[in-house]
Design a protein around this ligand. Sequence first.
Ligand code: FE2
Ligand code: FE2
Length: 146
Amino acid sequence: MIISNYMKNEHRECDTLFASAEEAIALGEWDVAEERFLAFSNEALTHFKKEEEELFPAFEAQTGMTEGPTQVMRYEHEQVRGLLGNMAESLEAKDKDACLSLAESMMILLQQHNMKEEQMLYAMCDRVLPAELKEKTLETMKNMSL
Ligand SMILES: [Fe+2]
Ligand SMILES: [Fe+2]
């Protein structure tokens, strides 16, 4: 379960960063909020990059499933990227109501997305990828940055 463990842990880290950004937004501490939002955004986008450039292609090559779950996940990443842009704008404008409402949408979207990956995609990766390929994919992902 080396893929699942590593990727689930990153989901938890993103959740923690997001919760702390949301807390600062709710308190109207805009400078702190912006800093924390950036930290979350970097973590989430780096995680997406690991999936899109390493994990998903490995899964697709191994299973031949190029139009299946990975396409749905890529589409949801685009939705999250859109929300990140909208949230950055509302932070810039110090619009607390807009920002909190976008944060709510973001949390729901990410929760559902992460659950699907954890329960289905990562579990499948751990099952179908040969051990050596899993090790290699994991090592590459660990060294990736935005
Ligand atoms: Fe994802
Ligand atoms: Fe993920």
